[in-house]
Write a protein that binds this ligand. Structure first.
Ligand code: TXA
Ligand code: MG
Length: 367
């Protein structure tokens, strides 16, 4: 048996994320330059960075995450000048999307140049590129002087980290450094749009919504049918973003989504929760501000039951921000069964429901 090598994972905290201490971040850049692994905050989720041009460094990312090596990584750049060396062509529609949404939570898939090794793109002839807006992420990439491959900094199959603490839980002993920049802003991974073909196609919904992209391009933007959220992956459609085919974002417990009117949903969730509690299981419930009152009060609940609130239904940004942290808390309490309400799947709700349905393995009960 090969013993996995444990690394003494360092941790540094950046207090002023808007204008970060570059002296501290130089440490992160130095580790990246020598092929090491650094987790850092972005505006979407925490990323696990390595030099995107160094295949050995990319292999370390796959090992730390336990991620299949056919699942390509996103190359993060610090400014627009970083794009050209990585791609062979920048289509007109890509330029319009970049103007509107970069820096920000949008990843674009381009035909890749010879500079990008197959080891970071899972052998594909395309490369996904993102110019993040988070000042800490951009400073680290700029100081490193190389494009930085960065998947979400979670163990493969777990919810993406929205706090440095989540990264610590998954990556302690496996990576060189965690840069703690506090909670991330958005809480869901970037929108991915493939601009390498005839027409732009959304491969993963995110904070740059289909409606927003459509407005900029002046047309209806296609969504990869395999990820519309209604089709389980095992029905044979192959998503174009290889990562979308895995059962991602999965909590340890069995998650079931319940759809219908608020009262009917809460009633059904209460009933299923009570049955499981009586059978001796630990149960989690995901509700919203508007429905919290339809469930028992905190003090009245048995220890085996945890009810967590996503936030107000009208505020999709808050729901997106809270979702992964809530899923992780159910893992921490070792919930056996989790029941969740749903939100409308338009605008940011499309990304929220995409992640929730995947986490639930498409188990949905209509009442
Ligand atoms: O918000 C984000 O994008 C975060 C932060 C850290 O930037 N990163 C992230 O990376 O979510 P990751 O590796 O967890 O997800 C990347 C997704 C995967 O589903 C992968 O298959 C897809 O992007 N992808 C990467 N390169 C691709 C390519 N050339 N063609 C199609 N899909 C690609
Ligand atoms: Mg990920």
């Amino acid at each position: 048996m090969i013993m996995e090598e444990m690394l003494p994972t360092e941790r540094i905290t950046i207090k002023n994320v808007l204008s970060p201490d570059l002296g501290k971040l130089e440490r992160a850049a130095a580790i990246l330059r020598r092929g090491g692994l650094v987790a850092f905050p972005t505006e979407t989720v925490y990323g696990l960075g390595a030099n995107a041009l160094d295949e050995a460094a990319a292999r370390r990312i796959y090992a730390a995450k336990g991620r299949p090596s056919d699942n390509p990584l996103i190359a993060h750049i610090a400014d627009l000048a970083g794009l050209e060396p990585l791609v062979t062509r920048i289509p007109e529609e890509a330029k319009r999307l970049m103007e509107a949404f970069w820096p920000g939570p949008l990843t674009l898939v381009f035909p890749k140049s010879g500079l990008v090794p197959g080891g970071t793109t899972g052998g594909l002839d395309t490369v996904a590129v993102r110019l993040p807006s988070h000042p800490v992420a951009r400073a680290i990439i700029r100081l490193a002087g190389v494009p930085v491959a960065a998947p979400s900094a979670n163990t493969s199959g777990r919810p993406s980290p929205t706090l440095a603490e989540h990264v610590w839980q998954d990556m302690e002993g496996k990576i060189d450094l965690i840069v703690d920049g506090g909670p991330v802003g958005i809480g869901l991974e970037s929108t991915i749009i493939d601009v390498s073909g005839e027409m732009p196609v959304i491969l993963r919904p995110g904070a740059v919504t289909r409606e927003m992209a459509g407005r900029v391009l002046g047309r209806f933007v296609l969504l990869d049918p395999a990820i519309s959220g209604d089709v389980p992956m095992d029905l044979g459609l192959r998503p174009k973003a290889p990562g979308m085919k895995y059962k991602h974002y999965a909590p340890k417990g069995d998650l079931t989504l319940v759809e219908g009117t608020s009262e009917a949903v809460a009633g059904a969730i209460r009933q299923m929760a009570e049955e499981k509690l009586e059978a001796g299981f630990r149960v989690g419930i995901i509700c919203t501000d508007e429905t919290r009152k339809l469930y028992p009060k905190a003090g009245a609940m048995p220890e085996e039951e945890l009810i967590l609130n996503l936030g107000p239904r009208g505020k999709e940004e808050l729901i997106a921000h809270n979702l992964y942290g809530i899923l992780r808390r159910f893992d921490d309490m070792e919930a056996d069964f989790i029941y969740s309400e749903m939100v409308p799947a338009d605008h940011l709700g499309q990304a929220i429901m995409n992640r929730l349905k995947k986490a639930a393995g498409y188990r949905i009960v209509s009442v």
